[in-house]
Ligand binder design. Structure first.
Ligand code: ADP
Length: 440
């Protein structure tokens, strides 16, 4: 274009003016070029760059920034865009932090979570859900919930929530790793601000432990009732017989009264043990801790069972080291010794031996009660600390046992932060070994 202007204008000038004309034209051209370059540098280039920055922001890349040192107006635009990008980046960071926190909370919940949209597609599950149902995120997310969990009760719960838009509770039983799990399901609908249903959350609570405790409580109540029923029936029966028939025979009268006396004795023992057990449970952390010297405690206990041992000709052997002491509840520790000694005597044949040893072993005090009695079978050993468990019911009753002695022993030992173990062989004998923390 410049050349065309030059060719057109130069011939119009007279011969001497031509060089001046060419110089003016070249100068004007250079000036225009410089002006255009400046416009490009100060307006077009920065606005292009700002457009590129805006496009990056649209894509979600909030870390881009525009170059600000340009012409005043463009500079202001660049500054505004950078401020916008900065604010967006902050918002985005906070947003990510909040969702990370939320996901961490959801993932560490003790209950399984499954979130559904209104179409029934799984949007989110947590770690506990994966643990319970063995379904990974890849297997569950964006799948229809009834393809992920096939239990009918889950399907019915979801249907009801979608239909009635209210919380539904239900429960299912899961078989997992050979274990039966009881799961409580709560299906909760959730809504947007205009109160339209947006989906539902399933919460799965593992209530197996609770069920177990409930079962133990039920069994306990049933056992107590049964244990109380036997002596009461017997007492009532003999008392009725004595009232109905005019029993003249004095020896028969005495026999019946002895039975009544024995049965009421058993009842008393049972109630005593039950009260003790419930007191122990209530005061578990309220044991009276004092320094206890072991040697006199064991000697006292042995004196108390001496009569019973003598009746069966059982030898009591004591091997207790001197100066053994610990921090504990003297009365309850004596109860432990008495229960173990009575068992040793009761479950050992006449003329047998019961040996009591106590010694220190590192930071522990080791007390053993060893007998050469009837012994306990391997299967029974795991159960003898259960309440009311007896290997031989009739034999235990004959000796006045309640089936609660070892449960009480275990309770007391554990309340002292100790442990108890048993070694036994049928017809050879049993050793009950207690470890208690020694007094430093
Ligand atoms: P019990 O009042 O019946 O003795 P325990 O709780 O003290 O109740 O003991 C539970 C059961 O453990 C007893 O019925 C008995 O079968 C068994 N047992 C406890 N100690 C011994 C022992 N030294 N030798 C053999 N069996 C024992």
């Amino acid at each position: 274009m410049f050349l065309t202007v030059l060719i057109l204008l130069v011939p119009l000038a007279s011969g001497g003016d031509r060089p001046i004309m060419v110089t003016i034209l070249v100068g004007a051209y250079a000036f225009i070029i410089v002006m255009l370059y400046q416009i490009h540098l100060n307006y077009f280039k920065p606005t292009n760059q700002i457009t590129a920055v805006l496009q990056e922001l649209i894509k979600g890349n909030y870390s881009v920034r525009a170059y600000e040192k340009t012409h005043y107006n463009v500079d202001k635009l660049g500054y505004a865009v950078n401020k916008l990008a900065f604010n967006l980046q902050n918002l985005n960071r906070q947003d990510k932090m909040h969702s990370r926190q939320l996901l961490t909370v959801i993932d560490h919940m003790e209950s399984g979570i499954m979130l559904l949209d209104t179409q029934g597609y799984v949007q989110l599950i947590n770690r506990k859900f994966t643990d319970l149902f063995d379904k990974t995120e890849d297997e569950a997310n964006n799948q229809l919930y009834y393809h992920v969990l096939k239990q009918k009760k889950i399907y019915h719960s979801a249907q009801k929530v979608f239909l009635y838009e209210e919380t539904i509770r239900n429960s299912i039983i899961l078989e997992k790793d050979g274990q039966t799990l009881y799961i409580e399901i709560v299906a909760v609908p959730f809504f947007n601000e205009s109160k339209e249903l947006r989906g539902l959350v399933f919460v799965f609570h593992d209530i197996t432990e609770l069920k177990h405790v409930e079962q133990i409580r039920k069994d306990f109540v049933a056992n107590v009732s049964h244990e109380l029923k036997t002596p009461i029936t017997s007492i009532k029966g003999f008392a009725e017989t004595m009232l109905d028939d005019e029993i003249g025979d004095r020896s028969l009268q005495e026999k019946f009264l002895t039975i009544i006396y024995k049965e009421s004795d058993r009842l008393q023992a049972l109630i005593h043990d039950l009260l003790q057990l419930s007191k122990l449970e209530r005061d578990e952390f309220d044991i009276e801790l004092r320094r206890v010297d072991l040697s006199p405690l064991i000697e006292d206990s042995v004196t108390m069972v001496n009569d019973q041992a003598e009746k069966k000709g059982i030898h009591l052997i004591l091997k207790v080291d001197n100066n053994l002491s610990l921090i504990g509840d003297e009365a309850r520790l004596k109860q432990v010794m008495l229960n173990l000694l009575y068992n040793g005597i009761n479950y050992t044949k006449e003329n047998g031996t019961v040996m009591i040893t106590a010694k220190r072993s590192n930071q522990w005090i080791e007390i053993s009660v060893e007998d050469n009695g009837i012994g306990i079978s391997r299967e029974a050993i795991d159960r003898i600390f259960e309440r009311f468990y007896r290997v031989d019911k009739a034999r235990s009753r004959d000796t006045g046992g309640t089936g609660l002695g070892l449960a009480i022993v275990k309770h007391i030992v554990e309340a002292h932060k100790g442990s108890i173990e048993v070694e036994s062989e049928l017809n050879v004998g049993s050793t009950f070994k207690i470890l208690l923390p020694a007094h430093k």
